[in-house]
Design a protein around this ligand. Structure first.
Ligand code: ATP
Ligand code: ZN
Length: 293
């Protein structure tokens, strides 16, 4: 019997497409593109990728047509905040495609906190997330739903403010708009359907999630080595970011000094190295980590 294949829906083209493919490759899956360009098959595991519009990903995964999906948390959140809660869940954030859903208005809009939105017309492609926010804040405002080009709504007189995705803010600026407030933080996330996987599918799903977790965990992680006075060990453990108990190794002929090795799960900045030096560490090395499991 040929093994059942796991299906992952990813964005066909756009901001998440390349990075989704890179992530899956980094997890050790070798991709073979189909002639139609609409899918990839994984050569070394029973997995197929389907390339679709990002807006369709929550539906495909909720309906069980795809088992997993990679999509912006904004797209997932908009569906989850909608009337019929879909049968899917976020498995983990993936560390790319970061953006914010922001309230913005033309320069000169007098904004003195969220109460200033009372009675204002707000154009957005995210009516469910915006409604949820307005309800939570107890603000009575009008939502104007648009499919795209939300940033032109104030100029066309369709709305006084907008609620749209922002990453650098360049698009807002180019349209004479100013960000007022963030209502939702987003990045690409792995989603899975709520169906129960069995047999091969269950094993493949587990391997996929474990490997992706490993890739994500190793992205910022560093292996840090240094020599340090024995007396500074407690201080060093406190300084190292996101490190479990470090390994302490005696140095030949030195009772006062030890070598300290640690895996840091968070970024190691120059400030961290300076702090380590300040408590007496020397010969500090920071190495990248390729895989963590
Ligand atoms: P599709 O053709 O798949 O429907 P799209 O035009 O809806 O594509 P993109 O513009 O490619 O989508 O954005 C995909 C996702 O990238 C967004 O849903 C969001 O999660 C993320 N993203 C990151 N930065 C931004 C940004 N500045 N503007 C819009 N989306 C962003
Ligand atoms: Zn889309």
């Amino acid at each position: 019997m040929t093994p059942q294949r796991l299906h992952i829906a990813i964005q066909k083209s756009g901001r998440l497409a390349e990075k989704s493919l890179d992530l899956i490759r980094d997890a050790g899956f070798r991709l073979q593109r189909s002639a139609s360009d609409l899918s990839y098959s994984v050569e070394n595991a029973p997995i197929d990728l389907w390339c679709v519009r990002d807006d369709d990903i929550p539906t495909f995964v909720a309906d069980g047509v795809a088992d997993f999906g990679i999509v912006g948390r904004n797209v997932l959140g908009e569906r989850v905040a909608g009337p019929a809660a879909p049968r899917l869940a976020e498995v983990m954030p993936l560390g790319f495609g970061r953006c914010r859903l922001c309230l913005a208005a033309p320069d000169g809009f007098s904004y003195a906190g969220r109460a200033s939105l009372r009675g204002v017309r707000i154009a957005t492609s995210y009516p469910n997330l915006l409604r949820q926010f307005l309800n939570q804040e107890g603000i009575d405002a009008e939502i104007v739903t648009m499919r795209g080009a939300v940033e032109v709504a104030p100029r066309l007189g369709l709305a006084e403010a907008i609620c749209d995705l922002v990453s650098t803010g360049a698009t807002l600026e180019a349209n004479g708009l100013e960000a007022l407030d963030t209502i939702f933080e987003s990045e690409a996330v792995l989603v899975r359907s709520s169906k129960v996987f069995e047999g091969t599918l269950a094993r493949t799903a587990e391997s996929l999630v474990t490997r992706l977790r490993g890739v994500i965990a190793s992205q910022d992680a560093k292996y840090v080595m240094m020599n340090a006075p024995r007396t500074a060990l407690a201080e060093i453990a406190r300084i190292l970011p996101g490190a479990a108990a470090p390994t302490v190794i005696p140095l030949a002929g030195r009772d006062d000094l030890v070598a300290v090795h640690a895996v840091c799960q968070e970024s190691v900045f120059w400030e961290t190295l300076e702090a380590l030096k300040a408590v007496g560490a020397s010969a500090i090395l920071v190495l990248p980590i390729e895989k963590i499991m």
